[in-house]
Design a protein around this ligand. Structure first.
Ligand code: C5P
Length: 222
């Protein structure tokens, strides 16, 4: 089972992050949060004031990314050049930059091997946009998790309000639709289900229900 891979792709806000963590725990698997890698390149490039049109510099930034994922009592901590950026990479500014640089083929190419290196050491759950199509086309199980833009905006709204932020619902829906459009229309590894992916629509399902559906299909060989 050392090469066992489960992929979970889908648009932002469909619940991939939470589900992949829960599924990884159930399966005793390592987790690859590929979005975090794009966010790290985004943060690093913002710190270094690299413009989004400096494609070569961005690719170098992606290639040389000095990152560590460390498990702690409070979950996985992400270190960029030794600095804890677990919270910083979730900033709206970083999200926008990540979405922009993720459309650049040289950046994606620079991250490809780094992502593949997560496999081969035991069961892996990989979460992202192109895990089943480009990064792990021969994965053992592929899921594509989606939900309506309204449902995804609603969940994001609840998170932001719980964090004490004031938010405009219409603006959230518009942002989500803009990100979907950008992820789906880019030339390089656009967001789409792999032909052999099982599609789960979580609009009407809670986290536990989605997890149970996934567990019906996946088991790690002994
Ligand atoms: O999933 P998350 O929102 O953290 O991803 C951040 C950004 O990285 C997304 O906007 C998406 O465009 C990009 N991404 C990607 N391919 C992946 C994972 C994320 O293009 N495999």
């Amino acid at each position: 089972n050392k090469d066992f891979v489960v992929t979970i792709d889908g648009p932002s806000g469909a619940g991939k992050g939470t589900l992949s963590q829960l599924l990884a725990r159930e399966l005793g698997a390592t987790l690859l949060d590929s979005g975090a890698l794009y966010r790290l390149v985004a943060l690093s490039s913002l710190d270094k004031s690299i413009a989004v049109d400096s494609v070569d510099e961005l690719a170098v930034c992606a290639r040389d990314l000095d990152v560590q994922f460390s498990s702690s009592a409070s979950g996985v901590r992400i270190l960029l050049e030794g600095r804890d950026v677990t919270t910083a990479i979730r900033d709206e500014r970083v999200s926008m930059q990540a979405s922009a640089i993720a459309a650049l083929e040289p950046v994606r190419a620079a991250l490809l091997q780094r992502q593949r290196d997560f496999a081969g050491h035991g069961p892996l759950v990989a979460d992202g946009r192109d895990m089943g199509t480009t990064v792990f086309p021969r994965a053992d199980f592929k899921f594509y998790l989606t939900a309506s833009a309204e449902a995804r905006a609603q969940r994001r709204y609840a998170q932001l309000v719980a964090a004490g932020e004031t938010v405009d619902m219409a603006r959230l829906v518009a942002d989500i639709e803009a990100r979907d459009e950008r992820d789906q229309s880019r030339a390089s590894s656009p967001l789409r289900p792999a032909p052999d992916a099982r599609i789960i629509d979580s609009t009407e399902l809670n986290i536990e229900e989605v997890l149970q559906q996934m567990l019906l299909h996946v088991s790690v060989p002994g």
